[in-house]
Design a protein around this ligand. Structure first.
Ligand SMILES: Nc1ncnc2c1ncn2[C@@H]1O[C@H](COP(=O)(O)OP(=O)(O)OP(=O)(O)O)[C@@H](O)[C@H]1O
Length: 255
């Protein structure tokens, strides 16, 4: 795998007003990697993701997207950089008054000058990629939660972003649907060469797909481990990280 850094954070502090959520966050996301943001409930995983997609300005530190200093430029500069990002929120976040196809067409209508016939073809391609072409004319209320996630993924892919952010993509999905989503995420990386940052509690999923990551601690409000979920599971001696990473295996009775 190429070792080129796509996203780089240096000494980032994340706060809401006077309340510090995390500090001293430094990390590099390599091109083509699947990078996991891990940690217990409330430690700041979603807040970190929000900051990486530009919804929350850090109170200290530097954030680079490729060679660009993300927060140093103006709003137009950030909007340009944001076009490299595709985001899948927990719910899939589809507009309920639009069909699945219309939801996916929306970013193409807003941000490109493509003809309606070309947009329709692109929507079909994106839906085909996530195995949802048959749902193109259905409304979100007519499809399952797993299908909403996949449609949300198709919409996140609409503008061909090279960096994808997923916040708890498997939340609320049954294990089979969740495994299918994992395979889709791997396809995005292996087939399209995307770089992916994922927040998830689902350890089996993280062990399967993620090859790098960071572990945030709520008590000290700092990262306490860096590495792939498998590496942290097998080699990290920090008691808190160890307990977290072995939770699933203990539940399943594995050693
Ligand atoms: N808009 C906000 N204003 C003030 N505090 C906030 C805001 N959003 C989140 N927080 C606080 O920031 C902390 C981290 O929240 P965050 O959602 O990032 O944690 P998380 O690790 O993603 O949690 P979970 O795993 O439970 O989803 C929490 O204490 C939360 O209450």
């Amino acid at each position: 795998m190429p070792d080129q850094t796509v996203l780089s954070l240096r000494d980032i502090t994340l706060s809401f007003g006077p309340k510090i959520i995390q500090k001293n966050i430094s990390l590099d996301v390599r091109k083509g990697s699947i990078f996991a943001v891990m940690g217990g409930s409330g430690c700041g995983k979603s807040t970190l993701l929000k900051s990486m997609i530009g919804l929350l300005r850090p109170s200290a530190g530097e954030y680079h997207v490729g060679d660009e200093n993300y927060w140093a430029g103006d709003e137009a500069h950030r909007t340009d950089l944001n076009h490299r990002f595709g985001v899948l929120f927990q719910s899939g976040a589809l507009w309920s008054s639009m069909t699945v196809g219309e939801n996916i067409a929306l970013p193409l209508q807003m941000f490109t000058d493509l003809k309606p016939s070309v947009i329709r073809r692109l929507v079909e391609l994106k839906l085909g990629f996530v195995g949802m072409l048959q749902a193109i004319d259905l409304y979100p209320s007519e499809i399952s939660g797993g299908m909403c996630k996949r449609a949300g993924l198709a919409r996140a892919l609409a503008l061909d972003p090279d960096i994808l952010f997923f916040d708890e993509p498997s939340a609320g999905l049954d294990p089979i649907t969740s495994a299918r989503l994992d395979d889709l995420i791997l396809n995005l990386r292996d087939g399209l060469g995307a770089t992916i940052v994922i927040v998830s509690h689902e350890l089996p999923s993280l062990f399967h797909i993620a090859d790098d990551g960071i572990f945030l601690d709520a008590r000290t409000k700092t990262p306490i481990a860096h590495g792939s979920p498998r590496d942290l599971r097998d080699n990290c001696t920090d008691p808190q990280v160890h307990a977290f990473m072995h939770r699933e295996r203990d539940e399943e009775g594995k050693t």
